[in-house]
Structures are given as structure tokens and as C-alpha cells.
Design a protein around this ligand. Sequence first.
Ligand code: SF4
Length: 460
Amino acid sequence: MNQTASTFIAKSTIKAADLDHRAKLNFNISRYNNTVPLGKQQFTDVHLARERAKNIKWRALESLDQYLEAFESNFTARGGKVIWAETADDALNEILKICESRQCKTLVKSKSMVTEEIHLNAFLQKHHIDSIETDLGEYIQQLDGEPPYHIVTPAMHKSKEDVAKLFYEKLDCPSGLSPEQLTLVAREKLRKKYVEAEVGVTGANFIIADTGSVAITENEGNARLSCAFPKTHIVITGIEKVIPSFTDLGLFWPLLATYGTGQTVTVYNSVVSGPRQPGESDGPEEMVVILLDNGRTNILNNERTRESLYCIRCGSCLNACPIYKNIGGHAYGTTYSGPIGSVITPHMRGLNDWKHLSYASSLCGNCTEVCAVKINLHELLLENRAEAVDTGYASWQEKIAWKAWKQASLRRKLMNTGSQRIKNWVVNKLFTGWTKHRADLHFPEKTFNELWKEKNNFTK
Ligand code: SF4
């Protein structure tokens, strides 16, 4: 077993037994369980809405090159600049170049999973640039020196008491503050930063091809401030975020809000189509969009798993996953956790090191059931497993065990040979990988043939 797999098993074993952690996660997820059904009521036919969204993403991804080029030409026509980054390092170096040219000391940043993916904060810190998270959940995580726990709710594993304690320890404020008071403390600290910052960085929920725009949706207004106050606005986004038309937002914005948090629509929805134009009184002087690949074209290249690029990062599959609810977001050791993380990470970061995540599933199908864009997540996990075996990444013990199982399953006589005790012993010795973290496999006392004969009163 490789290092990433053994770390995953060690961390998830500890978390699965942590009842306090489970209670906090269940409490936070239960709030979404209550609100998401209410949000869905805004759709006349929610299944049709999801199907349509999936079709639009299918169209966007099947002609990705054309839509991205359309975005680039429309965005640059309004004075924006597009940078194509193949790897995380390419993106980081481009951001550094821009920061250096602006003599940037302080950078404000809104919530963006792509910046987590490329480890932007750590990189900037190394180059003596203060990168401040302005989303409240991300700010809490940054104060605590932790990555986000969830795609939508970065501090999902913390109770309000945990946050009050953290603020007391790190921000020199009174202990035991209420959520409202804590929010005001964060607001007071962060407001100054928008004015100081030379550069603002945001992600993009969608990039719109026909208008050359970036759509950003959020509940706190911090993304809007991050892109409007500093003189330079950098957007960093995965290439899969493209949608063909501005009118598609009419479907995607409510869908994302409902499946993410149960809202009918998120509080602040911004469409940014370039830097400040002549005659406009506010907005950045310079706007750059970095289109990041970083392994996404590996997924695109794979016809079977391509649909995982339709993901709009609503986080719904995490909330529904019995594995995520037990082991939490950090045990995965990846930027993207839960079912979607288990599907895409092996392709983005290497099948050999990350294939174990495809087994972190009960295959109950709940993730597929709740996905905003109907991605067949549990089937994609099976695809990953098959691909890992086909490309030779299964261990020799596993290969032998499954060969033996296949031979026995194909020969009824062999299955009927030996007593229950012997069969239990053999199979549990053979499948040690299986039984290490599960109950032993258990054969019934009578074989299927014996039971069948009894049932039908057959005699020899
Ligand atoms: S895979 Fe589906 S449910 Fe999961 S985050 Fe993406 S869109 Fe949401």
C-alpha cells in the first residue's frame, strides 16, 4: 500500500470513531437537509432542470476548445487579458509576475477551490505577500492553519464554540462571542484589507463564452469587494467552468444555490466582463483570467469519466455521502473531497497514488441521486476501479484473490466443495485486504444447490 493510501486509512479510521466530529458534521449537514427540499420547490420540474443543465455542460465540454476561444476573444475585446496555464506552477508563476509588477504586499482573496488546488496562499507567503481570505469560513480556516473541510462550507467541522475559541486565541477579542459578534469582528478586520490590497483574486463559478464574462456567486459580498477595490483583479478558474451563453445562468445560478445551500438564489451574483471601462467610476484597472488545466484535460481525454467535468461544485454529493459524513473532508488528503473528489483526483493527480479513493464508497448511489447535474458518480467510481486494474495498478494479492474468486464462481462444483468452516477460512485468508477493515466474509451452512433442492423438494 502506498503512502497516500495508508495515510488515508489511518486518518479516516481515527475520524470514523470520533463521535464529537460526527455530531458537528451531522448538525451542519442536517441544516442543508432541511433547506434543500425547500429550494427545490422553485423548479416546476427539478429533474428536467438537472437534465438540461447536464446537457448544457455536455455541449460545453464536447466543444471546449471553441467555447474557451470564444470566451477569450470576447473578454479580451473589453480590455481583459487571458492566460492559459497548463500546470499549477505555471499559474503560480503568472500570479507572482503580476503581483511583482504591482509591487503587491497585500492580496485579498475570495473563496476559490482552484486557489486551494494550486496552494496559492503558501506560495505567496513564501514570496512575502500577505494573502488574506475574505470569505468568513475560509478566514476561520486560515486563522486555524487548516485547508477547507468542504467545497461549500469550509469550516463545516467547527461548532460556533470552536470558532469563538479560535477568535479569542488568535484575534485578541473577548471569549464566548455569539456568531453575530464573531462576524462583526471578522468584518472589522477584513474591511481594511480591501483598501490596502493591490491585488484581488477570485475564482469563477462559471465563465461565459458568448459575452466573455466571469460569473461569481456568493453570500457575503466579499468576492464583489475583492474584485472591485484593488487595482488588479485576477480570476483563476478551471477550464471546465465554461458555459456557452449568458442566458444559461438563468438555470445554473438557481440550481447551484438550491443544491449548495437550499437557497432559491445566492445573495450576491456578479457578472464581470473586463476591467473598468472608459467613463465607469469603479472597478479594477486591470483584469486577468487564468484558465487552468492542471490535469483536467486528462479527464477530458477519457470518454468514460469526462462527465465528471460537468461538476458545478455545489457540494451536495459530499453532504449525501455516508463516507464523507463519517470521515470528514481532511481525511481524503485532497483539495476536492467526497464522491466528486474521489472521482477526479485519481485522474488529476495520478491513478496509482489516488486510486484508493475510488474504494472509499459504499456504492449506495446517493451521490448520483443528489447531484445537481446528474453525474453518475457511483458508476464513475467503478470506472476508476476498473481502470486501475486494467492499467496494472492492482496489487498482486488482489489479482490472485479475484482470479480465484472468478474460477470458483464459474464452477458450481467447486463452490459446493468443502464445509462452511473450511470455505470461511480459505476465503478470509485470501481476501486479507477486504477483511482488514471489515467483518469476515461468511459462507452459509448450506450451499445454494442444497437450499434450492430443499425448497423444491427435489430428491437425488
Ligand atoms: S458532483 Fe454533482 S453533487 Fe457533487 S459537487 Fe459536483 S455538481 Fe454537486
